[in-house]
Design a protein around this ligand. Structure first.
Ligand code: PLP
Length: 423
């Protein structure tokens, strides 16, 4: 039986039907910024495998870190044991994140790191003798992962809350920020958030949001001024702030972490996706000393501990990936990518099918007026030698930072061409 046949009959892919599966393309190997299909077709990758492979594929430095670690200690439990790969990674994470974040929890995926952040916030107030502060507040159009706890703070409409409403805790949703990245944030822009946090502060453990860039919930960029106001409101009303930097972290939005763009630091921060440069699954939740010590007061312990916590292979690769990033001129490169994405995607705006074109950091988005037909648009991209995977009305790229200018141009011109066929 061919790969494709067995796949079709037995494998789930993300968000797909078992009986009416969409086309999948069999991949033979990867190299640099290319995905090579079984039939030899080479695709320039615009997705960095869901925004993770910032240094490109098969990066020799990351492969060496993985090999070296595999030979000494692929894995060991983290209960009662520790090791250099975990300590080195935690040291780096504390160093590159905002100063108040000092305590690191190593999780195995982004969703788990969000679950951990939520549990930290709830345990913090429980330990403080305020167990009634156990709800969360967020903004619409957010995305925080697919597990039940994460789903409860995803956008209620595009996060498909209706199907799961019987099991999802009900949280507080403020309107999505309407002030764009380059706008300020007026009292009017902030009014809904302000009103809701005032009303609910007594029962809120934390506000959770994606700083400045809302990713899978709509690829929206909003004003750092808004985020600054969120931080002030959280302080004023005694509510913790969780920044989900899983998509934005490690330079993607133009700063090491997008929180920095607002000059703020959260009480709890989630990192994931590009933390290992896309080679291994790993995530982390960082907390301030105040949160960590609060949870641990009166003999309290933090109640979470995944089987593969602190996996040495993933930690070693993450450390090597962060070193690679810090040794590169990532900030200048991301700024160049912004320029090229903006100029390369600008012609799309002429198409009748297009509602908006926007870029920030190493993120370029073309928002269409109508949702795309996934199978057919994907085929058009593959025909043109690029890998772009839209969702809903959004055709976007988040390429590896090491992509060449020529490859970037190939990506953007393919997008303009394919978008021109829509409508
Ligand atoms: C991808 C993502 C997650 C979930 O991470 P997984 O590794 O898929 O569990 C959570 N929050 C944000 C902002 C993300 O982009």
């Amino acid at each position: 039986m061919s790969i494709l046949e067995f796949d079709k009959n037995h494998l789930w892919h993300p968000y797909t039907s078992a009986t009416h599966p969409l086309t999948v393309y069999p991949v033979k190997r990867t190299e640099g910024v290319k995905i090579v299909l079984e039939d030899g077709t080479e695709l320039i990758d615009g997705m960095a495998s869901w925004w993770c492979a910032i240094h490109g594929y098969n990066n020799p430095v990351l492969i060496k870190a993985l090999r070296d670690q595999a030979e000494t200690m692929p894995h060991v439990m983290f209960g009662g044991l520790t090791h250099e790969p975990a300590v080195e990674l935690a040291r780096k994470l504390v160093e590159i994140s905002p100063e108040p974040l000092q305590q690191v929890f190593l999780a195995d995926s982004g969703s788990v790191s969000v679950e951990v952040a939520i549990k930290m916030a709830i345990q913090y107030w429980y330990a403080a003798g305020r167990p009634e502060k156990n709800r969360l507040m967020t903004i619409r159009n957010g995305y925080h992962g697919d597990t039940i706890g994460c789903m409860s703070v995803c956008d209620p409409v595009n996060g498909m809350h209706s199907m799961f409403s019987s099991v999802l805790p009900e949280h507080v949703f403020a309107d999505t920020p309407l002030c764009g990245y380059a706008d300020g944030c007026t009292d009017e822009d902030f009014a809904d958030f302000k009103g809701k946090i005032e009303t609910h502060a007594h029962e809120l453990a934390a506000v959770i949001l994606e700083p400045v860039v809302q990713g899978a919930g709509g690829m929206r960029f909003y004003s750092p001024e808004y985020l600054k106001r969120v931080r002030e409101a959280c302080d004023k009303h005694n509510v913790l702030l969780i920044c989900d930097e899983i998509a934005t972290g490690f330079g993607r939005a133009g700063a090491m972490f997008a929180s920095e763009m607002a000059g703020i630091s959260p009480d709890i921060m989630c990192m994931g996706k590009s933390i290992t440069g896309g080679m291994m699954t790993l995530a982390a939740t960082l907390a301030t000393k105040e949160v960590a010590e609060g949870i641990s007061s009166k003999g309290g312990v933090f109640m979470h501990g995944p089987t593969f916590m602190g996996n040495p292979l993933a930690c070693a690769v993450a450390s090597a990936s962060i070193d690679l990033l810090l040794e590169s001129n990532w900030k200048e490169r991301v700024a160049e990518i912004t320029e090229l994405l903006c100029s390369g995607l600008a012609p799309c705006a002429k198409s009748n099918a297009v509602a908006d074109v926007r870029c920030l950091g190493a993120i370029g988005v073309v928002e269409l007026k109508k949702p795309v037909d996934m199978d057919s648009i994907q085929r058009e991209f593959v025909k043109r030698g690029v890998w772009v995977r839209p969702f809903g009305k959004l055709v976007y790229v988040m390429p590896p930072y090491v992509i060449s200018n020529l490859e970037l141009e190939a990506l953007t011109s393919a997008i303009c061409e394919v978008v021109g066929l829509q409508g």
